[in-house]
Ligand binder design. Sequence first.
Ligand code: TNX
Length: 488
Amino acid sequence: MQALTRQLGDVIPLPVSVRPDPAANFRVPSDLSVSASPEAADIAEQLAELLRRATGRPVPIGSGGSFRVLLEGADRNGKPPEAYGLEITPESVTLRAPSNQGLFAALQTLRQLLPERPAGEIVLPGGRIDDEPRFAYRGTMLDIARHFFGPAEIKSHIDAIAQLKINHLHLHLTDDQGWRLEIPGRPRLTEIGGGPGTGVDGAGPGFLTAAEYADLVAYAAARYVTIVPEIDMPGHVNAAQVAYPELTADGQPVPPRTDAEVGYSSLAAGKEETYAFVEDVVRAVAALTPGPYLHIGGDEAFSTPPEDYRVFLRRVLPLAGKYGKRAIGWHEIAAVELPPTAIPQYWRIEPADDGVARAAAAGHQVIMSPADRSYLDMKYDKDTPLGLDWAGLVGVERCYDWDPADRLPGVGEESLLGVEAPLWSETVRSLADVQFLVFPRLAAIAEVGWTPRADREWRSFRRRLGGYGPRWTAQGINYYRSAEIDWA
Ligand code: TNX
């Protein structure tokens, strides 16, 4: 009897319900094929591709296949769109969900039960998984302002995060050191803000054309990842002011900056040029972004007087709604009364009254990104060659062993839209650097966001994570082999 490739529950994030049936193992036949509901053709093709990769054999799609993809009825019985079932019997493997989003989630689970590369006979563990996420929003952020990453790199990152059921990629598109998205009618933003010498230490030039961005959004959508674009304001705007000096308070040009200071630049709350600019940008970004969110930044506006900050936000937050988007902002935005659908993203280390609890009490949803648990740009330990440490050292266990519903009094389970792990890029210079900081920690955040709190346990996660390592290796992902984990 061939040994099992994996146990049924060896999956990250851990599914809600795992019922193994050792009498029902499935031996993958040499003439395997995939059959699917007509509306699930795209998922069937993705499954066939995974099976081709795992077996090295051709995998046709047709009727009567032993791998079945079933889209079942629109009625979700109150379950979230990503809910799915995966059933493995001696005869067949069935992915079942009421939406393609759910089928995609099922596919990510099945992928972790398959080898990445052909390795002899494959026996899948019998039984049944029924699963659904704890939070609708499970995100990560990539800062392409401090260091630019191009379409191919961002796509490869999307491939890696989607496997962990991360379903939002927040792109930090603008900051003091660079402007990375082409805005029609404002060409100098990217000609200058994305040109040579931009980025921290001048090491990260480049920008996305509007067409490249639209293509990225579509690529992400095909993997059930929603792009959340961020235009950071009123602070973090030096690159915009270099391109358009009318955006400074006195209209005088400012020099480009490539250092990593924060809090020195600000849009002028009292100038109409400011709002004409912001509306041009918000309109353009909203038009390029089919997803529901537009992130307006709002963090660390240390050189904006508090009253100006409020004046600015009261005018700018409603612009997201005007162009059909829900505004997200770093938690500082809770200093003003927010439009009904606006979402503060909480990043603070110590609980403090930033108005976030008041916003939650008024019915606002909150995204949790506490820096000391979820900031992927913090060092793992004191010897980590990349990263910062202002929020402390963030090892894998620290990233895992906390709960978003406990973070801030007044912001409990029902107030949370979800969790996000940001990667700021001041210290990274390559995709390999990104991967080193993101993996394995994003796997921890993925489980924090998906798995019921009562089912989460560090020792179980640690064991499953050790088994995941070879998967990253096979995919060429430069993950950090933390000494906290016994890597396979
Ligand atoms: C704080 S926390 C920032 C970013 C920096 C990051 C570095 C927050 C919303 N803003 O401007 O890149 O620290 O860790």
